[in-house]
Structures are given as structure tokens and as C-alpha cells.
Design a protein around this ligand. Structure first.
Ligand SMILES: Cc1cc2nc3c(=O)[nH]c(=O)nc-3n(C[C@H](O)[C@H](O)[C@H](O)COP(=O)(O)O)c2cc1C
Length: 174
């Protein structure tokens, strides 16, 4: 059986709660849930299917310290991993009301790392059901993964996740 993992960060908030909901929907795949803060080099090679969950947490003010999501430290580790033949999907927590110019930008950052290694993502999402002005996660007219806005559109999360996971299952069982 193919092996699946959900790597997510930060911990303790909505990213974690969405990661757990996705894990439940992927129960048949028996995914491992791994906070990126605990992930180490070599973890990726254990899996065929990867779901990466990342929140976009920009700096509140110019001189503020960047908020730690775990990804800042893990991205260089991921850069050194072999992603060939992996099915990779991203979901991203964001807030389209307060950050309409940077909506789920971090998904785009992670996507560029994946693309830079010659890979692509599955589970791209049409932006027509979202309201925002700009996003680095928009590539060739599609979101590179699933945006989730628990701050202002929490009522849509369940159906968004369900539809997306159904789409992922087709790719993961290929
Ligand atoms: C300081 C701060 C900066 C944020 N910046 C952005 C942003 O640039 N773009 C965005 O889409 N959401 C932004 N958000 C919203 C978060 O992504 C959202 O609240 C998310 O649920 C946080 O993840 P967590 O609940 O797992 O901590 C920001 C939130 C905070 C507190």
C-alpha cells in the first residue's frame, strides 16, 4: 500500500486542526501526521504521497520578528530531499479579509521550492470561489493547493476540504 504523510506547521492552531480533519478524510490511507517542527532529513523518503499544510503569517510590522511556523527551518531540509515520483499536495491557511494582497502567499513559496526541484503539485484549485486581490499562490490561473480561511470563511472549510481530499484520492491511488 502507498504510504501517505501530512506535514504541517504551525502547531496548536487552525493549521493543525485542518491537518487532522484531512487525516480523518484520508483514513483509508492511514496517513502519518507530522508537525514540520519535528520532521527531520530522511522522513520524506518513507512516503509516496505528501500533503503539506502551511499557514501564511506575515510580519505584523516592518521590524517585528517573523512568527515561527516551523516551515522556515524545514524548507532547507526539504530542499535536500528527493521528491521524485512523489504525489505532493499543499493546503494553506490564510485570511482573505485582513491580508487580501498576500492571501495564502506561503503556499506559493512552498510551491516554488517544489517546482525548483522539478516536481509539481496535485490538487490545484480554481480561485473563482475565493475573494482576494493578490496571491503568490496563484500560478497560471490556479491556486497551487487548497486555501482555507478559518478566520472569515470557517463555514466553508468542511466542504472545501471534502472536495479537495476526494480529488487527492484519485491521484494518491494512481
Ligand atoms: C501576524 C499575522 C500575519 C498574517 N499574515 C497573513 C498573510 O500575509 N496572508 C494571509 O493569507 N493570512 C495571514 N494571516 C492569517 C493566518 O494565516 C491565519 O490566521 C491562520 O489561520 C494562522 O494559522 P494557525 O491558526 O495555524 O496559527 C496572518 C495572521 C497573523 C496573526
Amino acid at each position: 500500500m502507498k504510504k501517505t504523510a501530512i506535514f504541517y506547521g504551525p502547531e496548536g492552531g487552525r493549521t493543525e486542526s485542518v491537518a487532522k480533519q484531512i487525516a480523518e478524510l484520508l483514513a483509508e490511507e492511514k496517513p502519518d501526521l507530522i508537525p514540520v517542527s519535528k520532521a527531520v532529513k530522511g522522513d520524506i523518503k518513507k512516503y509516496d504521497n505528501l500533503v503539506f499544510g502551511i499557514a501564511t503569517i506575515g510580519k505584523e510590522t516592518w521590524d517585528a520578528e517573523p512568527v515561527k511556523t516551523g516551515w522556515f527551518e524545514y524548507m532547507p531540509v526539504l530542499e535536500d530531499e528527493n521528491l521524485e515520483n512523489k504525489k505532493i499536495a499543499i493546503f494553506g491557511l490564510g485570511d482573505h479579509v485582513r491580508w487580501p494582497l498576500h492571501f495564502v502567499d506561503s503556499m506559493g513559496e512552498l510551491y516554488r521550492l517544489i517546482k525548483g526541484k522539478g516536481q509539481d503539485t496535485v490538487g490545484k484549485v480554481n480561485p473563482e470561489d475565493y475573494t482576494f486581490d493578490e496571491s503568490e499562490a496563484l500560478v497560471e490561473g490556479l491556486f497551487v493547493g487548497l486555501p482555507v480561511d478559518e478566520d472569515f470563511e470557517a463555514e466553508l472549510t468542511e466542504s472545501r476540504i471534502k472536495n479537495w481530499v476526494n480529488e487527492l484520492k484519485k491521484h494518491f491511488n494512481d
